[in-house]
Design a protein around this ligand. Structure first.
Ligand SMILES: [Zn+2]
Length: 338
């Protein structure tokens, strides 16, 4: 196959940062072929009000015409009915739960799931999706997702109609917990968790650009994630968790977690699905299952990838991307897209 055309994709988990950087990363998303992105709220200060959500969305959509921003808010146990109804009216589609201290800007996260049960009840009533950073902060770092998902069944029985997404699923345990529940529980998968294991980050020399949360895991975890992404299950869809940090910040002591995968994620996914003879499963994974889970209409445009090698820039706005400087076989044909 030399060319592949499919419906414009969605990315159901991105970090666009704020200020001047935000426009750059939003334009990168559009240039990479995405029509719609679910924007995470862990800015400083976080997105917790309708006014902040509206102005953040405006900033993104003005900077990147053609990119539609699906907005989220950061869950805090004190969010009340008035605040949540205002967020919903402003167009929020989901709330994001960060356990305390597990990733970038989560020092003010929620300590115990039960602390936010009042908020979850209102979200269920308002049909807002609950997006989970599913790591238990007190567990050993490789086991944090497995420890967290032991609480999923309790969450489900307390809120039977709440839509729940386990973000950036990274382990067999996380995936199995999602698949064991009904159709209202889904998972996003990143391209880096599909392609790499912990050894790629620390098995030889340290590669800080692969340091992300949740951590890359064992080969058997990666294998199971790939199987799930290729399985055609509507409960598993794409969210890149593209999370830019500057080169200076990544290549230093105490570097932050996050991979900047936006510019390469679709190209890498085409190669991955091709390698498994599963290109027919790519469009549902990136362009359909997520939208259907969220109850959104599907994107109307198309993108075309052609088998023409391209070389990934070493740096995007001061950020080292995934596959920096590498030559990838599939490139976006920007003359074909809508
Ligand atoms: Zn994230």
């Amino acid at each position: 196959m030399q060319s592949l055309t499919f419906r414009c994709p969605d990315d159901f988990h991105v970090h666009l940062r704020q200020g001047a950087e935000c426009g750059n990363f939003a334009r990168d998303a559009r240039a990479a072929g995405f029509a719609r992105v679910l924007v995470m709220p862990n800015t400083l200060p976080p997105i917790t009000t309708a006014a902040a959500l509206n102005s953040y969305r405006r900033e993104i959509e003005v900077a990147a015409p053609g990119l539609s921003a699906l907005m989220t808010f950061k869950i805090h146990p004190k969010l009340d009915r008035v605040a949540l109804a205002a967020l919903k009216a402003a167009g929020a589609v989901a709330g994001k739960l960060y356990p305390e201290g597990v990733t970038t800007n989560s020092e003010d996260g929620v300590r115990r799931l039960e602390d936010a049960y009042g908020v979850f009840a209102l979200m269920e009533e308002l049909n807002l999706v609950l997006c989970l950073h599913g790591e238990h902060p007190e567990a050993f770092s490789l086991d944090r997702e497995a420890a967290f998902v032991t609480g999923l069944a309790g969450l489900r029985s307390a809120f039977p109609r709440l839509k729940i997404v386990l973000e950036h699923v990274s382990s067999v345990a996380g995936l199995e917990a999602v698949l064991a529940d009904g159709p209202l529980t889904a998972a996003t998968v990143t391209v880096h968790h599909l392609l790499y294991t912990l050894d790629d980050m620390v098995g030889g020399k340290l590669d800080p650009h692969l340091f992300c949360k949740p951590l890359l895991k064992r080969p058997e975890d990666r294998k199971r994630l790939v199987e799930a992404a290729l399985s055609g299950s509507p409960k598993v869809f794409f969210g890149s968790d593209s999370a830019p940090h500057t080169r200076e910040h990544k290549e230093s002591a105490l570097c932050s977690a996050g991979c900047y995968s936006m510019p390469v994620s679709l190209s890498l996914l085409v190669s991955l699905f091709e390698a498994y003879g599963a290109l027919n499963c790519l469009e549902p994974f990136v362009s359909r299952f997520g939208a259907e889970f969220y109850g959104l209409t599907l994107n109307q445009g198309i993108v075309t990838f052609v088998k023409e090698p391209w070389t990934v820039s070493k740096l995007y706005h001061g950020v080292v991307p995934l596959q920096s400087g590498a030559t990838l076989p599939w490139s976006l044909d920007s003359s074909q897209g809508v």
